[in-house]
Design a protein. Structure first.
Length: 101
């Protein structure tokens, strides 16, 4: 975690150099995701900082492109869209039961 994407890129480059030095550890950019937040007016929004690891771009977490962590998809503001859908469906079913009674 850094305040500046340039500093984050320096850290990623150092991790990559270390892995090469060990001659055994490997980075896997396809499994990496980054979340960068910047303030626009009074709100924080996510943006693509253009980070790379081992010469490959790292995907950025957005509302439309969440990442999976421990089996759950999480978007750029920490929501779990699939879980919200389940809760909404359950509440809708409860309302139907209340109306029927």
């Amino acid at each position: 975690m850094t305040r500046n994407p340039k500093h984050c890129q320096v850290l990623l480059d150092e991790v990559d150099k270390f892995c090469e030095w060990t001659d055994g550890l490997r980075t896997k950019p396809s499994k990496c995701h980054c979340l960068c937040l910047g303030r626009r007016n009074t709100r924080y929004t996510s943006y693509d900082p253009g980070l790379s690891l081992g010469g490959q771009c790292i995907s950025t977490v957005t509302e439309n492109a969440p990442f999976k962590f421990l089996g759950r998809k999480i978007d750029n503001i920490g929501r779990t869209p699939s879980l919200e859908g389940i809760v909404d469906s359950f509440l809708n079913d409860l309302n139907k039961v209340d109306i029927a009674n």
